[in-house]
Design a protein around this ligand. Sequence first.
Ligand SMILES: Cc1cc2nc3c(=O)[nH]c(=O)nc-3n(C[C@H](O)[C@H](O)[C@H](O)COP(=O)(O)O)c2cc1C
Length: 188
Amino acid sequence: MNETIQTILGRRSIRAYKPDQLDPDSLEMLLDAGKYAPSAMNQQPWHFTVIQNGSLLEKLETSCKTVFMESDIEALRELARRDGFSVFYRAPALVIVTGDSGALAPQYDCTLAMQNMMLAAASLGIGSCWMHAVMMFYATEKGKELFRSLGIVFPERHQPYASAVFGYRAVPLPEAEPRKPGTVTMVG
Ligand SMILES: Cc1cc2nc3c(=O)[nH]c(=O)nc-3n(C[C@H](O)[C@H](O)[C@H](O)COP(=O)(O)O)c2cc1C
């Protein structure tokens, strides 16, 4: 198996991080990997917002937690009530990929960019985990207002389509869950 396939199969969502900040050269490589994702008509409609300031992350985290607490989904409410639960898993860096909402396919473009980043991270020994609460929170008026009030301002017409935390894992690499059977049909 070549190294790329090994990285793809070996990437896992990481939910506990060391406090150490990402090495700046590695962060640069992750961002480059994101920028080299495919995009509809090569519009590259993305923008990468990197948040590494601990107190800013804490403020955003507290608000994102309310999304879980007020969710219709009991499992999310239960998760948020757990002692010591942290939406961002105390990771040192959060990346939000916003896209121009007027582009052809910004959600796909930004998601592909983030997947490139997560795979590049895995190849460099950096953990990552998708952060859906960011998009859920930004979808609310309260969320948009909070981002503004924290000084997290996106380019005009942009909205978050992908978000993930990055950092060095503080736990062993989790085992992959078994793959669901019957998800492939070969036609012809
Ligand atoms: C659209 C999407 C939303 C997700 N949201 C979250 C999230 O908010 N918090 C979290 O811990 N993991 C989140 N995940 C990670 C999944 O739980 C994880 O990918 C899945 O359990 C498979 O585990 P693996 O990534 O280790 O293979 C999300 C993944 C996707 C694709």
